[in-house]
Ligand binder design. Structure first.
Ligand code: LMR
Length: 328
């Protein structure tokens, strides 16, 4: 009898342990390269909080900002290997997986962020989220950062001012062509290295949004910022098919909704951040903001725009046309 009791308690203990093991929430890692006080940083934190509130008994989101876990390039590999579950790289960093997203790098394509938004929400823009599907990636939505500005050690007013200067760019052939068009020297470097490259004067300049220039303190080591608004830096919130499709349907639905709300939150604050960070840079007195005259800006447009035809076949003429149409 005693033996039976001992056996029954052992069975009960095992069952309890199994139930306990199942109860431990699964960790979801969201890795990114920017600071927390940016649209992407805030979006990731919102997602963490919504998941904790709505399905915290099953999942816990850990956010790793500032390339803490993985930097550019490596984060996509890590996602595909299952080491992390969410990333939101700049649209400029997907060319290894699809050439179509290169449309976002074409210089002077969008007249403002409203046009970018219209294109992203259009049929053509939404279809681009699917362009990485065959590579095992799931594009879950677009997230804004903003328009890019040019920063440098010397004032850049007309294209010839960039002649021979070294600019850090993201890993995009379109961006390389854009700087080559003004006879500058583009260097593909990870985001985490930009501050040091600028500080040590290993490079002369870079292009980025007000938010990144401010939060990463590039303005402290770049005496001039030309307000060129020449291109867009936005993101695609991405997961892997392997992670996403093996989730129970009901959980995926909760996570997808939380993610959509977090992206909407990031997008809602992006524009305010642009204005605030630009103002903080201006008030710091560390960097002079150069405003271009219409004639000066037109010179940049004329020299850089031929890059469009260079990439038209890779991107697809119909995608470029749809993007242009979003300006109306
Ligand atoms: C950059 O590399 O400059 C940006 O893509 C960083 C980011 O994620 O905003």
């Amino acid at each position: 009898m005693n033996k039976l009791k001992t056996m029954l308690s052992a069975v009960a203990l095992c069952a309890g342990m199994t139930a306990f093991a199942h109860a431990a929430p699964e960790t979801i890692k969201f890795s990114h390269v920017v600071a927390e006080n940016t649209p992407k940083g805030q979006m990731a934190l919102k997602f963490r909080d919504l998941v904790a509130e709505r399905i915290g008994d099953k999942y816990v989101v850990e956010v790793y900002p500032n390339s803490q876990l993985f930097g550019d390039g490596k984060e996509m590999e890590a996602l595909l290997l299952g080491d992390i579950q969410f990333i939101a790289p700049s649209l400029s960093k997907f060319s290894k997986y699809t050439k179509k997203l290169q449309v976002y790098d074409l210089p002077f394509l969008f007249k403002d962020m409203e046009a970018v938004d219209r294109f992203q929400q259009s049929e053509a823009g939404q279809a681009l989220l699917e362009s990485v599907k065959s590579k095992g990636l799931v594009g879950l939505g677009y997230l804004h950062n903003g328009l890019k500005q040019l920063s440098a050690n010397d004032p850049l007013r007309v294209p010839s001012d960039a002649d021979g200067k070294k600019f850090r760019i993201m890993s995009s052939d379109v961006l390389a062509a854009q700087f080559e068009a003004v006879d500058a020297v583009p260097l593909k470097k990870p985001f985490s290295e930009v501050f040091t490259l600028l500080q040590t004067r290993a490079i002369d300049g870079q292009e980025n949004t007000w938010s990144n220039i401010y939060s990463k303190k590039f303005f402290e080591v770049q005496p001039y910022i030309t307000e060129s608004n020449h291109g867009v830096l936005d993101y695609m919130v991405t997961t892997s098919t392997e992670f996403w499709m093996t989730l129970p349907d009901a959980d995926r639905e909760v996570l997808q909704k939380a993610l959509a709300e977090s992206v909407a939150h990031g997008n809602a604050i992006a524009n305010d951040k642009v204005m605030k960070d630009r103002k903080s840079i201006m008030e710091s007195g560390r960097s002079e903001i150069i405003t271009l005259s219409d004639a000066e800006r037109q010179q940049w447009v004329e020299v850089m725009k031929p890059v469009w035809s260079q990439f038209q076949n890779e991107i697809g003429a119909e995608i470029i046309e749809a993007a242009v149409a979003s300006n109306q």
